[in-house]
Design a protein around this ligand. Sequence first.
Ligand code: SF4
Length: 340
Amino acid sequence: MKKTGITTTVPIEVLLAAGYQPVDLNNIFISHPEPEKLLAVAERDGFPLNCCAWIKGIYGVCLQGGLDSVLCVTSGDCSNTIMLMEVLKLKGIKTMAFAYPEQPDSRRMSSALKRLAGDLGTTLEAAEGLRDELQPARNAVLELDRLTWQEGLVSDWENHISLVSASDFNQDNRRYLAGTEALIEECRRRQPYRDDMLRLAYIGVPPVFGRQLYGFLESNKARVVFNEVQRQFAMPRPGRNLPEQYTNYTYPYSIHGRLRDIRAEIKRRRIDAVVHYVQAFCHRAIGDIILRRGLNLPVLTLEGNSDFGLSQQNRTRLEAFLDIVTLKRQGRRTLVRSPV
Ligand code: SF4
């Protein structure tokens, strides 16, 4: 199959039906042994220092070669992608475009999917067949997610990496399924995490310092039991068909739709506090104003740039935040116990 880079989560069923293997460029960038080198490639070619690291990293991955083309999402993700697409064309890289509808509307989504399928030489019906084939992998990772928050058997890093990889199933959905099922089996044999650990929600785009963040939280008696955007990559509300599935996917649309999903999961997963990750120079950081107002819980806004390790400043902020949340939770318990 021809490899097509994707700049964010897209309807991969259409790509697969047309004979393209989607490759999530974000995951290649962030798992690169030396991601700084990919940023340097972009900056040498003129990307400004104050451009988001994900965009520069994606560009660096594209220039490494090995891709037939790149599918750029021009609406519903990042305005920087439009200019990225132009620069990739300048470099002789074949690009294609996909635009999410402005509103989550399944009729408009159906038209967008048909247009993409037509551009790639396939049909929506063929893509629906691929949806069925991918469903077991999605079911497996959603079960892993349930084991994380409901049974306390999965680490927050395992939860993050499994969900974030559902954007392209690490380029092999069958191997991804086998790996996730093996992890589920292993987790079921574990002792659950202590239930006095703080329960956190992580909201926002995936962090540049993933493993260190999750490890640091766990070593400070706190677990992320809700990875918001990463969970969306696994299509938790698949609906009856592809148009419904990508209409229910919250990330490309208004922040208020995301907020409804976040609130419902915070309640279901008994969350104590929220870490909102924002990427430096990202327009989505402004959404912090709305998210903070809409969430009735302590929120820490954590910013990352091109620092692939967790800085001392961020460690200190996290520690202070967790201390406050712990005190608040103890206070709540005292209040609950006091009449007895
Ligand atoms: S983090 Fe923000 S600016 Fe960077 S690629 Fe994602 S949406 Fe665009």
